[in-house]
Design a protein around this ligand. Structure first.
Ligand SMILES: Nc1ncnc2c1ncn2[C@@H]1O[C@H](COP(=O)(O)OP(=O)(O)O)[C@@H](O)[C@H]1O
Ligand SMILES: [Mg+2]
Length: 223
């Protein structure tokens, strides 16, 4: 479904170049789970941002279902992201003054779905992530793992084709992190959504379909 070829990203800061990605080739199938590992600074977040169409590469192609997304205008890309892509970050970025249900409803409401239907969609995904008894809790009344589950529910409420998660387990203890990994596997199967996760949780190796290791902007290991 997603095909990345010869992807380069060169940042220029104060006249000096940083080659953050140096010729990445990668394929991700529909419903596949992919873990991205690598030391800090190896290019993981850059790769995630480029694949998620949040930033432009210096060179190379990113295709979704054979279509080069780099040919889209900014407006088309924004629409494409809204409909096809979900994002989860290390810090969940939930809105503190809204409860879990309202946070998960938000993308649906922004997308023009009416309130009743948005609520119905949100309740279903909250149930899917195991939080049906926490819907009226605000983020401050939830544990770290529960907050991340709300963020995952929010990322999937519009049924995207792919979810990108940048160190979603980075703030969690190992066991809670592993349960988040389990949740991603379950969602990939239930929703046929591809899941691409940057994580240091060693448990991913045993349950994700595929793993790559980055070093200095290159894939140095792939299974
Ligand atoms: N916006 C930016 N401007 C300049 N350099 C950047 C920028 N973002 C990342 N880099 C550099 O690119 C390299 C890869 O960064 P990043 O993708 O964030 O790595 P990781 O997520 O694996 O820690 C690092 O050397 C980092 O300093
Ligand atoms: Mg990073």
């Amino acid at each position: 479904m997603i095909e990345v070829s010869d992807l380069w990203k060169i940042y220029n800061t104060n006249g000096s170049n940083v080659e953050a990605l140096r010729g990445i080739n990668l394929k991700v199938d529909q419903g596949q789970t992919l873990a991205i590992e690598g030391v800090s600074g190896s290019g993981k977040s850059t790769l995630l941002h480029l694949m998620g169409t949040l930033d432009h590469p210096s060179k190379g192609d990113i295709k979704y279902d054979g279509e080069n997304v780099l040919n889209k205008s900014d407006t088309e890309l924004a629409k494409f992201r809204n409909n096809k892509i979900g994002f989860v970050f290390q810090f969940h970025y939930l809105l503190a003054e809204f409860d879990a249900l309202e946070n998960v409803m938000m993308p649906a409401l922004i997308n023009g779905i009416n309130k009743n239907q948005a609520q119905e969609l949100a309740l279903k995904v909250l149930d899917n992530v195991g939080l049906s008894d926490r819907v009226t809790h605000r983020p401050g009344e939830l544990s770290g793992g529960e907050q991340q589950r709300v963020a995952i529910a929010r990322s999937i409420v519009l049924k995207p084709r792919v979810i990108f998660a940048d160190e979603p387990t980075g703030n969690l203890d190992r066991k809670t992190g592993s349960s988040i990994i389990d949740l991603f596997v379950k969602l990939s199967q239930e929703y046929k959504v591809s899941i691409i996760v940057v994580t240091h949780n060693s448990y991913v190796s045993s349950c994700f379909d595929k793993k790559i290791n980055l070093l200095d902007g290159k894939i140095v290991y792939e299974n």
